[in-house]
Ligand binder design. Sequence first.
Ligand SMILES: [Zn+2]
Length: 83
Amino acid sequence: MENSWLHRLDTYTNETYGRPRSRAVDEQTCVSCGSTARTFDTRYATESYARVGLCQHCQRASAPPADVVVFRPRDAAGSLDAV
Ligand SMILES: [Zn+2]
């Protein structure tokens, strides 16, 4: 089936957010919060909306925080050092 991954994505967003991504993009609304999604801060965010259907606010909310602290695995001495 052509574009079956798009069909699966629609199924996923329908189960997760209650609306299919393709309909949200057609209506220029957000698949998650349902608000109008027409303005984006960056070209990346615009392209990301076309793929996943999340508005600028929801893209920002779903992005990992910038201050995530990554830990190395415990060394032989058992210490846990922040990178
Ligand atoms: Zn949203």
